[in-house]
Design a protein around this ligand. Structure first.
Ligand code: ADP
Ligand code: ZN
Ligand code: ZN
Length: 735
């Protein structure tokens, strides 16, 4: 009896066999509806065999076949199946993750009609003046008069569904389905052209474009390293001209924070071709729409964050990953894939070029470039007429600090403010202070569920745990000794704002952190204020942008990610308030100053933070003479991290201990394997759960993979496996 093997979205590594009804033709990669336990479930066919290992009377039969052709392109199918093995993650969950939500739910893989609002006959005849008591309705009707609006466009026009519904009740507007959201079958390739403003490329840009263009018909991975503002986006756009004019499509991945209207409009303005964007504001049917348009070839460019990687394309010609170092490319829960790594894999499978761009490339990428796996391109100068930033390091040893700020920093700030410039300060801790300490007995307020200090939020009069978000009122008395001498220790943005207010009383100050930007639209509001030259008190735009940065460092080998994050914020600011901001990176009439403060600016920490080129030197210097500790850096070894959590602080460690024994006694274990743990996680308790981990390292990725694959089926036989919550992270980025 022929059977199909079906992957179901359940946390089990195995697939399930079903009988095929007569006259039915399931396809590999297509969906089927099958009985599963008491219910029915949607599954994806992973294979068809002449017979099953189980006897026919034990097997159930497929209920329905949902797809006549595979939902996956051949290359995506290979990538996903490879990823199932590599990340040791259940097949069903991986395959379902790669599909739009509506397809996971069993909806048909075709365009749903899009709805649009329009002004009725009566609405057109109504004088806008008559709606002046209902300004929102007035605005809504005015917006409909030039022509109908798609529902998903309302936000762009600052309209609400409520106002339109109110008009509908009055008979002035109505809703109708408008086609299938396609462009009526017109092929963009017929009238593709490059339009919009183009810069004359500088020599470095031209070299980069020439290199990529010269070899863009096959798989070539490029690492394009260039400081923010050096014109990387301009390089992507120019490279795309060639690809699109050959009728091929492009996939652009950006970090979560990078998906700004300005990035998108640069692509839209440059090409007369459909640009589709997968952003968080899309609803499920709009997402499916983008997926279908990419698959049919109707979309020329798809821009999206991490999961856009799984979009199927009819004629994919290039992948671009902007800010490739960004940690948002790594999925942090469930199937912990790295979109950059999978994208390189995809480019190889599709035999197309891939461009990884960054101001601060990941050490892994630099290493790949050094190993000649990637081709390396640099843009060393800022594009256009911006001057390079002036950087200065400040050793804080022995300096008097005013709430974290040294005198040299304060002097610089004073000078810039006096000259009418603006100043930016970065601090990686929100709230008023990161801890509350009893001056008498040393008690510290701590979240019991996470064993983590509460952060003091003075304005809200609350202590909040930044790990589980639990909150409690700030106590007046120490619960341990009764003293009222409770003092906030450390510095947070709220306190910095207060201090700055006292130091610079006449200077408007805008604080931007998660607390001040939680409300929708608040970030845009603050950015607009900054753009106008300062806080609410200031009205005239300042001439020039300059900035100072307070910098905090982490000892971990990824310490440069902090640099990257600051750069990212700066570029986010830039794109959010367009015209003036390019100057933020460097003033037009003088170099922007960028002072960072460090304790212990040792040679070890600074070089790898300062710039990518120096990081590259760091690698090349250290590689030949690696000491014991360095040789275990992730660049030179492959890592798998196994995490486990429990409620009683016993089972998780026990589970990992058993797992370690299992690995230790495996016939595939060799001397090069290095096991670390079980040890408590860096944050040993969170939300009432105790967290432990076991780290596996091996110089051979393949060897480590084989050991893991052979051991996993045995792990599930451990009794502790059912008592703890555990997960496996291949190539972890947070250890
Ligand atoms: P990046 O992506 O590296 O941050 P962009 O491509 O956004 O850099 O370029 C930064 C700014 O410089 C943009 O405003 C862009 O329009 C401008 N620019 C880029 N290339 C050139 C060039 N060759 N000549 C003049 N201006 C340029
Ligand atoms: Zn006390
Ligand atoms: Zn907590």
């Amino acid at each position: 009896m022929p059977v199909v093997h079906v992957a179901l979205p359940v946390p089990l590594a195995r697939t399930f066999d079903y009988l095929i009804p007569a006259d039915a033709h399931p396809v590999v990669g297509g969906r089927v509806r099958v009985p599963f336990g008491q219910r029915s479930a949607i599954g994806i066919v992973t294979g068809i065999s002449a017979n099953s290992a189980l006897s026919a009377d034990k097997l159930k039969t497929i209920n329905a076949i949902l797809d006549e052709q595979s939902l996956f392109t051949a290359s995506l199918w290979r990538i996903l199946n490879w990823a199932i093995g590599y990340y040791h993650y259940p097949a069903g969950e991986v395959l379902f993750h790669a599909l739009p939500v509506l397809l996971r739910q069993g909806k048909a893989a075709e365009m749903a009609p899009l709805w649009q609002w329009f002004a009725t006959e009566q609405g057109r005849a109504t004088a806008l003046e008559s709606l002046k008591r209902a300004p929102k309705q007035q605005q809504a009707l005015a917006a409909l008069l030039p022509g109908p609006l798609f529902r998903h466009e309302l936000a762009e026009h600052m309209l609400t569904e409520g106002a339109l519904q109110a008009l509908r009740v009055k008979g002035l507007s109505d809703l109708r389905p408008a086609g299938n959201g396609g462009n009526g079958g017109v092929d963009w390739r017929h009238d593709f052209c490059v339009e919009g403003e183009r810069h004359r490329l500088n020599t470095e840009q031209a070299t980069a474009v020439g290199a990529i263009r010269g070899d863009d018909e096959r798989f070539v991975p490029w690492l394009l390293a260039g400081v923010t503002g050096s014109g990387k986006t301009e390089v992507y756009l120019t490279v795309l001209e060639n690809i699109l004019s050959k009728g091929k499509q492009a996939l652009i991945l950006v970090p979560e924070i990078g998906l700004t209207p300005q990035t998108i409009s640069r692509f839209r303005e440059r090409f007369r071709a459909p640009v589709e964007v997968l952003h968080s504001a899309l609803n499920d049917s709009e997402r499916l729409g983008v997926w279908l348009k990419a698959r049919s070839g109707e979309a020329a460019i798809v821009i999206g964050t991490r999961s856009a990687l799984f979009t199927p394309f009819a004629r994919l010609g290039i992948i671009v990953i902007d800010e490739e170092h960004d940690s948002s490319y790594k999925q942090h829960e469930g199937w912990r894939y790295h979109a950059r790594d999978l994208a390189v894999f995809r480019a190889r499978e599709e035999n197309i070029p891939i461009v990884l761009g960054s101001a601060t490339p990941a050490l892994e990428s630099l290493y790949n470039a050094q190993q000649k796996k990637y081709r390396y391109l640099t843009l060393g100068r800022r594009a256009g007429n911006a001057h390079p930033a002036h950087e200065q390091l400040q050793d804080l040893k022995g300096l008097a600090l005013t709430n974290g700020m040294s005198q040299p920093l304060l002097q610089k700030m004073r000078a810039h403010l006096a000259a009418g410039n603006q100043v930016m300060l970065f601090l990686n801790r929100r709230g008023f202070a990161p801890a509350l300490l009893c001056h008498e007995c040393g008690w510290i307020a701590e979240c019991q569920r996470c064993e983590h200090f509460y952060t003091i939020h003075q304005q809200q009069r609350l202590m909040r745990c930044h790990h589980c978000d639990s909150q409690r009122p700030i106590p007046n008395q120490c619960p341990q000794c009764g003293s009222t001498q409770l003092i906030p220790v450390g510095l947070g943005t709220e306190q910095l704002e207060e201090t700055l207010g006292a130091l610079f009383p006449s200077t408007p100050i805008t604080r931007i952190d998660r607390d001040t930007t939680a409300r929708k639209g608040a970030l845009e509001f603050h950015l607009a204020q900054v753009h106008q030259g300062g806080g609410p008190a200031s009205s005239s735009a300042r001439k020039c942008w300059r900035k100072a940065i307070i910098f905090a460092m982490s000892p971990w080998y990824r310490c440069w990610t902090w640099t990257a994050r600051c750069f990212r914020r700066i570029s986010a600011l830039r794109s959010a308030s367009h015209s003036c901001i390019p100057r933020l990176r460097a003033g037009p009439d003088g170099p922007a100053s960028k002072a960072r403060s460090f304790y212990k600016p040792t040679t070890r920490t600074i070089p790898c933070c300062k710039s990518c080129c120096i990081k590259a030197i760091w690698i090349s210097r250290n590689k030949p003479s690696l000491n014991g500790r360095q040789s275990r850096f992730p660049l030179f070894t492959s890592h798998i991290l196994i995490r486990a959590e429990d409620h009683d602080n016993r089972q998780a460690a026990l589970f990992l201990e058993r797992l370690r024994q299992l690995l230790d006694t495996s016939p595939l274990r060799d001397d090069a394997l290095w096991l670390m743990g079980p040890i408590p996680a860096l944050q040993p308790k969170r939300g009432g759960r105790f967290r432990w981990q076991l780290l596996l390292q091996h110089p051979s990725r393949g060897q480590l993979q084989r050991l893991m694959a052979a051991s996993l089926p045995l792990v599930n036989t451990l009794t502790q496996a059912r008592k703890v919550k555990w997960s496996l992270d291949v190539d972890p980025i947070d250890i």
